[in-house]
Design a protein. Structure first.
Length: 120
């Protein structure tokens, strides 16, 4: 009886290792997590888009703090009238974190505090 249990236990352990192994190309269990990515995802980035925001947008609410990486001129809306936005008060800027998204945030530059949200 002990021999039968030992054999069954060893067989289970041997087979479970094969179930967890990947195909040797780094596309085992990890690959399955990225099957739902948008069409822009080319599958070669190992799940990282290096800040390209490939279809995954973070939404902030009024009172939240926008990350400082978006408080640079690249994301500022200088021609706010063209977007039907009001003039920002002194110390504030209109920020558009995602170029293909119509959401604009009025942000206090010194703190990143979001005071208004327009669009989106």
């Amino acid at each position: 009886m002990k021999r039968l249990l030992t054999t069954a236990l060893l067989a289970t352990l041997a087979l479970s290792g094969q179930a967890l192994a990947d195909n040797g190309k780094g596309k085992g269990k990890h690959k399955a997590k990225h099957d739902g990515h948008p069409a822009q995802y080319d599958g070669k980035r190992n799940g990282h888009d290096n800040g390209l925001h490939l279809g995954h947008y973070k939404r902030w609410n009024r009172g939240d703090r926008i990350p400082s990486e978006y408080l640079v001129s690249r994301y500022y809306i200088d021609d706010y009238r063209a977007y039907d936005l009001g003039a920002p008060p002194r110390g504030y800027r209109w920020v558009r974190p995602y170029e293909d998204d119509g959401t604009y945030y009025l942000v206090q530059v010194a703190t990143g505090l979001i005071s208004q949200i327009f669009g989106g």
